[in-house]
Write a protein that binds this ligand. Structure first.
Ligand code: 5GP
Ligand code: MN
Length: 340
């Protein structure tokens, strides 16, 4: 399968370029996996490549091949600015709106480089010169595999690239449990395993590398779990004082929201987490089963977005007030949450 965008991209990388790759803020497995996979591919083709991340990923991604090469805007604004101003191409991976990369977005917007978006979220913004946007594909890593194949570079996928792509597919599908998994996803994964992925090792590095603090934080969230039974909804919260008490580290709260969905009949699960540093900043994660759109809910009420079954958002105010607001607005969704 060939399309116009793929031909344009092939043209853009047909001679040696200075390339910048940017994942979204608080990058997850898909953002880091796709960014590093593309970095390895383009470096192997002879391009100069830098991955610039707005901030640090959680500790359980540190093993990813090429992780040590990532440069962080939060630690070195000047270096990032120089690299962007001196670049030819900027790839933005696993997001579709420059507000997802904070101040780094202004540098990207004002640069004269060609911008290429590769992403799988809904409603892409139009900041890019070339847009690969596929909301029906489960992960940016899966989409990137398809693009690499369409470019005719499949034979360049080595074990490092395969491991990075596998990381993003595994994490964005909840280890192949979500409805975004298709037979094509499994075909791709089969090919990645043929190319040297050790899938059991990657699972263990991502999910079985917790410190005691992670389990303590999980225990705290679960002990705060509340059900709104008439709306098939569950929610949890983590306050800053709890995070401090349990020696919270970035990444410790990842995935906790999914536990709400393990309850019988629960269709919608939400977690509210007070920011560790900024007063009254609340990060919210949404997960759903079936048709209920977390993306729409996050977008309508909590300045966020994402996918149908997984989204996030941010709000400002005391956590009690944000939870009260949630308990209020959720009533508007009774019909969607209770039809089967
Ligand atoms: P998480 O709850 O794991 O942080 O995020 C779940 C999904 O929602 C991810 O696909 C992520 O990209 C998206 N997401 C998380 N936070 C935000 C946000 O603040 N804004 C938008 N637009 N999407 C978000
Ligand atoms: Mn993703």
């Amino acid at each position: 399968m060939k399309n116009k965008n793929t031909s344009i991209l092939k043209g853009l990388i047909s001679d040696k370029k200075k390339v910048v790759i940017v994942p979204h803020t608080s990058p997850d497995g898909d953002a880091i996996g796709s960014s590093l996979a593309l970095m390895h591919l383009l470096k192997n083709m002879g391009h100069t490549v830098n991955v610039l991340s707005p901030n640090q990923p959680p500790y359980f991604l540190k093993w990813s091949p090429g992780f040590e090469e990532i440069i962080y805007y939060e630690f070195d604004e000047e270096k990032c600015s120089k690299i962007i101003n001196n670049s030819d191409l900027i790839f933005t991976l696993d997001f579709n709106d420059l507000n997802r990369i904070g101040e780094l977005g202004n540098l990207v917007k004002s640069s004269s480089s060609k911008i290429i978006m590769i992403d799988h979220h809904q409603n892409p913004n139009d900041y890019a010169d070339l847009i690969f946007s596929k909301p029906d594909i489960g992960s940016t890593c899966e989409l990137l595999y398809e693009i690499i194949t369409q470019l005719g570079y499949k034979e360049l996928i080595n074990s490092k690239i395969a491991s990075c792509l596998y990381l993003g597919i595994m994490t964005d599908t909840g280890s192949f449990q979500y409805s975004n998994v298709t037979s094509r996803t499994h075909e791709i994964v089969a090919d990645l395993i043929k190319n040297g992925v050790d899938q059991s090792e990657i699972y263990n590095k991502v999910y079985n590398d917790a410190s005691k603090s992670k389990l303590k934080v999980l225990g705290c969230a679960l002990s705060n779990l509340k059900q709104i039974k008439e709306l098939n909804t569950a929610y949890m919260y983590l306050k800053r004082k709890d995070l401090k008490e349990f020696d919270f580290k970035k990444g410790d709260s990842e995935g906790i929201v999914n536990y709400g969905l393990s309850l019988k009949n629960i269709k919608f699960s939400v977690i509210f987490i007070e920011d560790f540093e900024v007063e009254n900043k609340i990060k919210i994660s949404f997960r759903s089963q079936g048709d209920f759109s977390c993306n729409k809910f996050a977008n309508n009420h909590f300045n966020g977005g994402g996918h149908t079954n997984a989204a996030g958002g941010i709000d400002k105010g005391p956590i009690e007030e944000i939870i009260n607001k949630f308990k209020e607005v959720i009533n508007q969704y009774k019909e969607e949450l209770t039809n089967n």
